[in-house]
Design a protein around this ligand. Structure first.
Ligand SMILES: [Zn+2]
Length: 86
């Protein structure tokens, strides 16, 4: 009587809330290789209403795009296009 090997495979992390996992992040899907700091509409979707940057888990970005987005958001803040804090 072998134990079923699949027991723990599909367990979710306790903090994970809904949202099916996507194969690609929003930037990869659009084939963007440079995140523009002037593109406020896109960048604002990655911020909380207090101006904090959403985590990778929350925004669904891949590691590379999250870094690009981070850089773009910080540039936009410096250019006073986005708030440091609200
Ligand atoms: Zn990506």
């Amino acid at each position: 009587m072998a134990r079923r090997p699949n027991n723990n495979r599909n367990r979710r992390k306790p903090g994970f809330v809904g949202a099916r996992e996507q194969t690609q992040c929003r930037f990869c899907r659009r084939g963007i290789e440079y995140v523009d700091y002037k593109d406020i509409g896109t960048l604002q979707k990655l911020l909380t209403n207090r101006g904090k940057i959403y985590s990778r888990k929350r925004s669904g970005n891949c590691a590379g795009c999250q870094r690009k987005a981070k850089r773009a958001i910080k540039r936009a803040r410096y250019m006073a296009l986005l708030p440091f804090t609200a």
